[in-house]
Write a protein that binds this ligand. Structure first.
Ligand SMILES: [Zn+2]
Length: 431
């Protein structure tokens, strides 16, 4: 409500003030996009982590650093941009421009929401997610996940409480520290080969891989521009063998590295759309990025192909027994169905309805993880809040959209390429 009223006031001001109307006269979207980049960079000076990646003009970054506006002024600017976008006459826009505008509207709405949070406004979990990521996540009661636990109970060997039992089982499939590098490199190479068979990658695309510690996340892709990424893998906790392909696809191919490289090639360079040179972390762009990165695993390794590759290549490289790979894969696959329980726990914890100990216990129970891993999940939730929906709901939405292309792998890859190389919004995924 607040932002609607402020937006209306800004629209009136925009129409009434010739000095402000002028920049939008010729190419409305280009001017708005440039102001959006300025806004994002300056907000990034007010909140560490706000800007996930930027590879646009250096002078804009320098100017933002030198004189970032205060949060109230940034909120006014976000309202002004939202009003300017809303005031555009849809009939005058080409289909390409209409998609560009819709994408910018979602990004600006996210800026309005995040800046309001930075100013101390509080939203409930679903409203926050809707504002930041463009979709209202359904929240299932935790009991809805109990049948999945019952299924895993039958798959996991041994007797006794399920969490510690699955944890002990998974511990047998940890990649030994001294084998981590070759296993990860082999996994990423396979993810890349499978992606390249369907998507033409920019010629100079490349990534660096490094192992880090003391982070709240498991892996991170830092996009540097010019088709270059730094992929970091956090080794605070043991990494089980199934994570190698997951990380390789998610952070690399066809995940974050490819999405960023394609957006840069097609939109930033190809069309001169400057808004794609900046990636605000709390924006619908993240729902698309995390959702496509997670679904990319299934797309690149359909059906039994992930297990087959792991058994043939990764198990021997890691010094693990390939004969037991199927049993582990069955548990890991079933566990993935529990992912959205995290939304329910995060919503309850962040609103104060669930205390910290209960949240850790529930994350452990419904994540079938050790206490250490549950604590890591909670620290992620504390830091990134409703961002957690992007992984599970984002994946479900990208999966549904891509698989509506039909059973053909070629058709699915074609749809996936469109998702990660065009200005895709959460609403586009419903089509
Ligand atoms: Zn990610």
């Amino acid at each position: 409500m607040t932002s609607c009223l402020a937006g209306l006031a800004a629209a009136v001001a925009l129409l009434a003030t010739p000095a402000m109307a002028a920049p939008f006269e010729d190419s409305g979207l280009d001017a708005i996009a440039k102001d959006f980049v300025r806004l994002t960079l300056e907000a990034g000076e007010r909140e560490p982590g706000y800007v996930d990646a930027y590879y646009g003009p250096q002078d804009l970054a320098d100017a933002a650093k030198a004189a970032p506006r205060e949060i109230p002024a940034l909120r006014q600017e976000a309202d002004r941009l939202a009003a300017a976008l809303a005031a555009m006459d849809a009939k005058t826009l080409t289909p390409d421009e209409a998609r560009r505008r819709a994408f910018l509207q979602g990004q600006v709405k996210a800026a309005q929401t995040r800046l309001a949070m930075m100013a101390g406004e509080k939203f409930d979990f679903q409203t926050e997610a809707q504002g930041l990521f463009g979709v209202r996540p359904p929240l299932k009661p935790l009991s809805a996940y109990d049948p999945i636990l019952a299924k895993i109970d039958k798959l996991a060997p041994g007797k006794g409480e399920l969490g510690p039992r699955v944890d002990a089982f998974n511990a047998r499939y940890v990649i030994p520290a001294d084998r981590l590098k070759p296993v990860m490199e082999a996994a990423i190479a396979e993810c890349k080969a499978r992606t390249q068979a369907h998507i033409a990658l920019p010629k100079n695309e490349r990534f660096d891989l490094s192992f880090v510690t003391k982070k709240p996340w498991g892996g991170y892709n830092w996009y540097k521009g010019d088709a270059h990424s730094l992929i970091e893998v956090n080794t605070d906790l043991p990494i089980p063998i199934s994570r190698a392909v997951n990380l390789g696809c998610h952070e690399g191919y066809p995940g974050h590295h490819v999405l960023n490289a394609l957006l840069e090639e097609h939109l930033t360079k190809g069309k001169g759309w400057i808004e794609f040179s900046v990636y605000p972390l709390y924006s619908p762009q993240s729902l698309i990025a995390e959702g496509s990165a997670n679904y990319g695993v299934t797309l690149a390794f359909p059906g039994p192909e992930k297990l087959a590759f792991e058994r043939r290549v990764l198990y021997p490289l890691a010094g693990l027994d390939p004969a037991t790979a199927a049993a582990y894969d069955a548990v890991a696959t079933a566990t993935a169905d529990l992912a959205s329980a995290q939304n329910t726990i995060a919503a309850a914890y962040l609103s104060g309805k669930m205390d910290k100990e209960t949240a850790i216990a529930n994350l452990s129970k419904y994540g079938l993880s050790s206490r250490a891993k549950a604590e890591k999940s909670l620290s992620f939730i504390e830091g990134y809040r409703s961002y957690v929906i992007n992984y599970n709901l984002g994946q479900d939405m990208v999966r549904a959209h891509v698989e509506r292309a039909g059973p053909s792998q070629d058709a699915r890859w074609k749809r996936m390429e469109a998702v990660i190389s065009q200005p895709t919004t959460p609403a586009d995924l419903a089509k």
